[in-house]
Design a protein around this ligand. Structure first.
Ligand SMILES: Nc1ncnc2c1ncn2[C@@H]1O[C@H](COP(=O)(O)OP(=O)(O)O)[C@@H](O)[C@H]1O
Ligand SMILES: [Mg+2]
Length: 296
């Protein structure tokens, strides 16, 4: 990593609103960080300008991009208003920019009780750099009802619920959807909610059945792409690289390329075209069926 970046970047699609994706689930270990880092990698590989924001004091996404902040400002200092976001941005592999995290981020959680609208701080900070990126990917901590996740959800244009295709995942996903609805209602916001299945092992009957159940429950809000289990996805963070930089042709690289293509189709500039087509010609829409305030 080099720090901090000072070269102004322009979004590849000037004039198009920045897409901010919040990757959430109140459960740990379901693949949020893996999806955040490698979705960012896949989008960056398509030439998109991507900023990854590590919202977790455990800083797993930061480490997964090979970053170990010492004295440089991080998201903690940005949210505590001790630094500007531009000062905290670091350049990562594949051209991904990163706002790193560190354990001190818990100080913001503690301070939040005394602050007015602490949940708005990420959004306000991102406003300063929104011309420089096409996508912001926010990796959330497991506490979905905490102030860090609230910041991600307040800033986001879409929330991606990351669901491990394992035991009890449907119940967990429904519970997570309820939390998203509550936060959305409290914030007076609606954002689109999409569901990504991860850690999928086709050989397990349970996983196959759960995937069917998730599709049945979430319908068009469910991405067609599912992220399969892959040894490469465990190896990549250990060497501080997105999987695309470790192995350009492994199945994890393919899965994330497919996910990024779906994401770009739904939320990228082509989605504007799809909406226009729908308005004028009644073409099928790629927009999801669920919003945070849907009663599901
Ligand atoms: N598709 C996958 N295949 C193999 N291992 C995975 C996959 N997704 C995540 N993992 C591993 O599972 C663990 C938890 O994943 P992580 O992305 O850190 O979850 P979370 O951020 O939700 O806590 C990590 O060790 C990660 O390397
Ligand atoms: Mg994580």
């Amino acid at each position: 990593m080099t720090s901090p970046t000072s070269i102004p970047k322009r979004g590849r699609h000037p004039g198009r609103p920045l897409q901010v994706l919040a990757l959430v689930n109140q459960k740990g270990g379901c693949g949020k960080t893996t999806t955040a880092v490698n979705l960012a990698g896949a989008l960056a590989q398509q030439g998109e300008r991507v900023l990854l924001v590590d919202m977790d004091p455990q800083a797993h996404a930061t480490m997964a991009l090979g970053c170990a902040p010492m004295d440089e400002p991080t998201l903690a200092e940005v949210l505590l208003e001790e630094a500007y976001i531009e000062q905290a941005i670091q350049s990562g592999p594949l051209g991904i920019d990163l706002v790193p995290s560190r354990p001190r981020l818990v100080e913001f959680e503690e301070a939040a009780e005394r602050l007015l609208h602490p949940e708005q701080r990420l959004k306000v900070s991102l406003d300063a750099v929104r011309d420089r990126y096409d996508w912001v990917v926010v990796d959330c901590p497991p506490r979905a009802e905490g102030v860090l996740c609230a910041n991600a959800l307040f800033a986001c244009t879409a929330a991606f619920l990351i669901v491990e295709t394992g035991a009890f995942s449907l119940q967990g996903a429904l519970q997570a959807m309820r939390v998203l609805n509550e936060v959305g209602e409290n914030q007076g916001r609606t954002y689109e909610v999409r569901v990504v299945g991860t850690l999928f092992d086709r050989r397990m009957r349970l996983a196959r059945e759960l995937l069917v159940a998730l599709h049945a429950r979430f319908g068009p809000a469910m991405f067609n792409t599912v992220i399969r289990t892959s040894v490469r996805l465990r190896e990549a963070p250990a060497v501080g690289l997105p999987v695309q930089a470790l192995d350009a042709s492994c199945r994890a690289t393919q899965d994330f390329a497919a996910l990024a293509a779906e994401v770009a189709l739904m939320f990228g500039p082509e989605s504007d075209l799809a909406s226009l087509l729908q308005a004028g010609m009644d073409a099928p829409s790629h927009k999801p069926a669920l919003t945070a305030c849907d009663n599901h």
